[in-house]
Design a protein around this ligand. Sequence first.
Ligand SMILES: [Zn+2]
Length: 96
Amino acid sequence: MYSATKMLLNGHIQKRRIKCGKPSCRCTKGARHDAHYHVWHLDGRRYQVFVRRDQVPEYVAACSLNRALTATLRAGRAEYKRILRRSREMLQTEKT
Ligand SMILES: [Zn+2]
């Protein structure tokens, strides 16, 4: 099914235990929250962005979709190189 919100994301979703900083919150007494971050690397730098709880499934899906697509492209490139090599070998054979 096509979804307008479907996206591709590099990197992964990381779950962390945090203190939110609100003085009235239970986390001040040690019960930390689960917080999710989208983490990715670009040009040797690490980036992270907070992901809202209700958006976590969508972000997780976007990361795995990207991983799957990357794997498919890599496999396609390997196949392309293999065919190209084979074609060159055949051309070489014809010339001699
Ligand atoms: Zn808190």
